[in-house]
Ligand binder design. Structure first.
Ligand SMILES: Cc1cc2nc3c(=O)[nH]c(=O)nc-3n(C[C@H](O)[C@H](O)[C@H](O)COP(=O)(O)O)c2cc1C
Length: 204
């Protein structure tokens, strides 16, 4: 059975984005082996002075770390292994301040690792997560499908650029406008289920 990793960041009570992933899970739970990474419970380590310099020394400089140093990278390394072991990734996140919430970006910062999930060649950067595919499920308060926000939709574009670096093609199912179209939210979420159905048929 193919494996699916759900990378979930939906901390708000009664989260609309969570409704999308709940439907995805309910619909597909018998067709794929699902692992849920709840970023609220298992938050990646931010890249700060100590661990960042160890990552640079190890991943770019080929330095062998001692046990104590390696311990400081263990959490993010485990997240990286988890990604390398899956066939499908579903990234579940609302839009915060035009982009990905910092916690979600921290996950990308943890798993985008030189020599493990991407490498560089004469042709440029090459993703090493071959045969993996991603889906992004996202909602936003305002409508990012039309200007003036269309050109500042950094959330789906950033996620798909990060996945591309890993060699992972991405599709996005979005409900943009949960506040702008407050009276239509339930219908918009319902409509997104049709898209989830189509994607699920394609994947599984
Ligand atoms: C901290 C924060 C920042 C937000 N920033 C934006 C934003 O930049 N653009 C937008 O359209 N909506 C923004 N929103 C609204 C959420 O994207 C929107 O309500 C979304 O549907 C929330 O998803 P949830 O119900 O899963 O929490 C923000 C909400 C929060 C809590």
């Amino acid at each position: 059975m193919k494996r699916t990793l759900i990378v979930n960041y939906t901390p708000r009570e009664n989260s609309n984005t969570k409704k999308m992933v709940d439907y995805f899970i309910e619909r597909n739970k018998d067709k794929t082996d699902i692992t849920i990474l709840d970023l609220v419970e298992e938050t990646p380590d931010l890249l700060l002075k100590e661990n960042l310099n160890l990552v640079v020394a190890r991943n770019f400089g080929g330095v062998e770390l001692n046990e104590e140093q390696q311990k400081l990278l263990d959490k993010n390394d485990q997240l990286t292994n988890q990604l390398l072991e899956t066939d499908y990734v579903v990234l579940v996140t609302p839009v915060y301040n035009y982009s990905l919430p910092a916690t979600v970006k921290a996950w990308f910062d943890a798993v985008i690792q030189a020599g493990r999930t991407f490498t560089s060649s004469e042709k440029g950067l090459v993703g090493l997560c071959e045969n993996t595919q991603a889906l992004m499920l996202t909602t936003s308060g305002s409508d990012f499908t039309i200007e003036p926000l269309k050109s500042v939709n950094f959330a789906t574009t950033l996620a798909s650029a990060c996945f591309r670096l890993l060699g992972i093609p991405t599709e996005a199912i979005t409900v943009f406008g949960t506040q702008q179209y407050a009276d239509k939210v339930e219908q918009l979420l319902e409509d997104s289920k049709d898209e989830i159905n189509v994607l699920s048929e394609k994947w599984y």
